[in-house]
Design a protein. Sequence first.
Length: 143
Amino acid sequence: MSASFVPHQKPTARCVFVVSPFPRKVSTGTVVMVLFATLTLLTTSCAAETESRESASARTTKGQIIINNFSFSPKILTLSLGATATWTNRDNVPHVIASTDKRFKESAVLKPGESFSNAFVTAGTYSYFCSIHPRMTGKIIVK
């Protein structure tokens, strides 16, 4: 019987070089600054997009205000003199539309799927809110 002795071999390590546009050593401060700048740019562009979408909605909804996810959409609606605004509750909880300065009559409790309308015959700015959820606010501008 013959036995051959094979010494234990260590696996060889492979070196892989990756060509990258990023420097090999980046300080934490640099990473933080880049992330901050990126976040700032994204936030600014998202805010501008939301603002333009809201004003576009105000022009195209013709007096329709949708209540959804505890907010009014659009938040600011511009109407012509004598036009009617209609709030429709698409949320899963009830809401009540109330004028901040009592310039129009408060709605009844709007259950999901219900609507409330009000005609605006006097020019001006009408601020309103949900009296059940006071942080929900909106504005109607009548010209």
